[in-house]
Ligand binder design. Structure first.
Ligand code: NAG
Ligand code: NAG
Ligand code: NAG
Length: 420
């Protein structure tokens, strides 16, 4: 934590110096392009402080209109780098969409203060998909310098789990290529905290995401239909998956994540309602799981099709995790689901350098529960040492059904298991 915050601060001071320089350089450039015109209230600079647009950080005034005006000005400014500044203060903002493409080649959001959602009662629409949405923006940078906070006030939404479909995602990036998201605190989302959808190229780092352990569906980061996504050096403690990687994702690199409480880092669920889902090229490395329900999990529904392949979990530490390693091809969280002949095919999954403790009731650190008709193939276990957290701390076991498992120096499937 300490190392992480000092690096964020170091980064912040570079960014500050950078802006001072940038403002000086660009003031002349903008003035030269539009002589005499004042298009926005920042005297020709390419910094757009939301308070200059009338936003008030008193926690009461709804600033959606002012944020939108600042966005329109920055996005349309046509400068090389346009920066929207959210200074300290508590800025209430109702649901809003920041749309691109922008004329400015890079738009930055520098958040020092707190952006909060209205409580559920104050939302005008009964249901909303997203609270803060960024759409079709290339080269967007959203940075909190380790201080900025985005708070969904989810506690006003969580009372009934049945409200699930009407609860919004707190922050969504859809079709944003070359995105950078860093140094922000995300708290108490209405549903999931962050959704990355249809993006090519993202560097996500230095986030702290927190919601109570019993808050419903408050996933940390959900990734879907995206490629070349890098998530690193972040702390995630919520009521659901720390990170979920869903259909259409490839080249995803997750490293240095502290997860827990929560439901682990999950691939899926895939193949719901007979869907064809595809996930490939996933690396999860140098991560730790503390008191989470799951660790490294792959979950698929019966009756789907497609694949999840070329997946590596490496250098992972578990601390009292219920299911450290899980492949569940019978995923069915609510009602009973009929067993079907088709399933999402799982292959080439390597687990290497896994250690720590489990409090699994059956004493299993590993559970590969694969479909009989579409077995898991190419599963490799290397250097696995996971012990029981209680009962004297003996070595945990592995349970394997319809899985082709190989490997050395670690846990192997029990002889009585059905191993292909
Ligand atoms: C705009 O900002 C980016 C990211 O900080 C930087 O790499 C780039 O050089 C800047 N461009 C200009 C013209 O200052
Ligand atoms: C993921 O990122 C780590 C850390 O930068 C790097 O060492 C590793 O090569 C990357 N893995 C892939 C598959 O890109
Ligand atoms: C595998 O999944 C089936 C179907 O949900 C379930 O009945 C069984 O208990 C699971 N096996 C293990 C070892 O978890």
């Amino acid at each position: 934590m300490d190392a992480f915050f000092s690096s964020v601060q170091e980064c912040a001071s570079h960014v500050t110096m950078f802006f001072v320089a940038l403002i000086l350089i660009s003031a002349t450039a903008v003035a030269a392009r539009w002589p005499g015109s004042v298009e926005y209230p920042s005297s020709g600079q390419n910094s757009f402080d939301i308070t200059k647009f009338g936003a008030v950080g008193d926690g009461r005034k709804d600033n959606a209109k002012e944020f939108k005006s600042a966005w329109t000005a920055a996005c349309g400014a046509g400068s090389k780098n346009a920066t929207i500044v959210v200074p300290s203060g508590t800025f209430l903002v109702s649901s809003i969409e920041f749309e691109g493409p922008c004329k400015s080649s890079r738009v930055m959001f520098m958040i020092s203060g707190k952006i909060v959602a209205p409580p559920k009662e104050a939302w005008k629409e009964k249901s909303r998909d997203v609270w803060l949405r960024f759409h079709e923006i290339n080269g967007l940078v959203v940075s909190g310098n380790g201080k900025g906070t985005i708070d969904g006030q989810g506690e006003t939404w969580w009372k009934k789990a049945s409200d699930d479909n009407s609860r919004p995602t707190a922050l969504q990036f859809s079709h944003c290529n070359n995105l950078q998201l860093r140094g922000l605190n995300h708290a108490n989302s209405q549903k999931n905290h962050i959704s990355i959808n249809g993006c090519r190229g993202a560097d996500i780092s230095g986030l702290s995401i927190t919601a109570p352990e019993d808050s419903p569906n408050t996933d940390g980061i959900d990734i879907s239909s995206s490629t070349n996504i890098y998530v690193r050096s972040s702390v995630i403690a919520t009521g659901d998956d720390c990170i979920a990687i869903n259909s259409g994702s490839s080249a995803i690199n997750i490293t240095g994540i502290k997860c827990g409480p929560g439901h682990g880092i999950s691939i899926g669920s895939l193949g719901k309602n007979g869907h064809t889902d595809q996930v490939q090229g996933i690396t999860v490395a140098h991560c730790s799981f503390r008191r989470s329900e799951n660790g490294a999990r792959i979950k698929t529904w019966q009756g789907g099709s497609g694949f999840a392949k070329n997946i590596v979990f490496s250098d992972i530490e578990f601390d009292r995790v219920e299911n450290p390693v899980l492949i569940d091809q019978f995923y069915c969280p609510h009602k009973t689901c009929p067993v079907k002949p088709s399933a999402v095919k799982i292959s080439d999954v390597r687990y290497t350098g896994l250690r720590g403790t489990t409090n699994n009731k059956e004493g299993n650190a590993i559970n590969f529960n694969c479909s009989k008709t579409v077995p898991c193939t190419g599963i490799v276990l290397e250097n696995i040492k996971i012990q029981l957290a209680s009962n004297g701390g003996g070595l945990a076991k592995a349970s394997c059904n319809n899985a082709q498992v190989s490997g050395s120096n670690g846990l192997t499937c029990r002889e009585k298991d059905f191993v292909i």
